[in-house]
Design a protein around this ligand. Structure first.
Ligand code: APR
Length: 227
């Protein structure tokens, strides 16, 4: 029998208990920052220094010793090491590095990564774990997919969804497309679709199985069934 193909979509909720704010909670990332200013290309063109200083601040947070993977990140990493990277794919909307830190290998960062920068002229992507100095290089931008930009690796993602036996969505509110539409594609592909979230998302009715609670509790519990 072929092993199960498990495709996991994660959002800000999986990192909430690790000390990183979700986007749409009251104390969310955007509080005090207008989305149009810090998460659009137009905002970047208006004030590149302000946008760099915002992402420099977020990048610094990843180095805060208190920001560590939680048991949900670890459970997904263990699942991958048990079933093999070819059978477990994490598609994350998160720009943090907590899946990597937990030990996951097969991770698709569809909205980019805080620890990478991109040269606007050449498209070249660089690892970066320090502040970006825009004054030194005007071509370097955060490797982050802003509103109005096309998420990364979409062909690869659709391939995974079309071949999924399980599609598990964790900690995402279902507000932002294309990720919010993945459950529909997975259902059409015949996958079992599961929502694990603190509360029902906007897409709740499209999932075959829904379990609500903090990710650190419900994700390790759910993942046990694949042992
Ligand atoms: N455990 C599980 N789920 C949680 C927890 C938790 N401890 N805390 C919060 N959540 C849930 C919330 O109930 C909410 O449904 O996580 C979800 C977070 O939703 P959003 O803040 O909207 O984050 P996300 O869905 O990842 O946002 C998608 O929007 O702004 C853009 O590009 C940004 O990638 C981001 C995208």
């Amino acid at each position: 029998m072929n092993p199960l193909k498990i495709v996991i979509l994660t959002g800000a909720g999986i990192s909430a208990e690790s000390g990183l704010s979700t986007f749409r909670a009251q104390n969310g990332l955007w509080e005090g920052h207008n989305v149009d200013d810090v998460a659009t290309y137009e905002g970047y063109q208006r004030d590149p220094l302000a946008v760099h200083s915002f992402y420099n601040m977020l990048r610094k947070k990843l180095h805060d010793p208190s920001v560590q993977p939680n048991s949900a990140h670890y459970a997904l990493a263990e699942l991958e090491s048990k079933l093999g990277s070819e059978n477990v794919t994490i598609i994350t909307q998160n720009v943090d590095n907590l899946h990597e830190k937990a030990g996951s290998k097969n991770i698709i960062h569809m909205h980019g990564e805080l620890l990478k920068t991109r040269d606007e002229q050449t498209g070249e992507v660089f690892y970066c774990d320090e502040d970006i100095d825009y004054q030194k290089n005007h071509n370097i931008r955060p490797h982050i997919v802003w509103f109005g930009e096309i998420p990364l690796y979409m062909d690869e993602i659709y391939d995974h969804l079309m071949n999924a036996d399980y599609f598990i969505s964790i900690g995402t509110s279902g507000h932002v497309y294309p990720a919010a539409g993945f459950v529909q594609i997975a259902n059409q592909a015949g996958a079992k679709t599961v929502e694990l979230n603190l509360e029902p998302s906007l897409k709740q009715s499209e999932f075959q199985v829904t379990i609500y609670g903090p990710a650190s509790k419900i994700v390790p519990e759910f993942i046990k069934r694949f042992e």
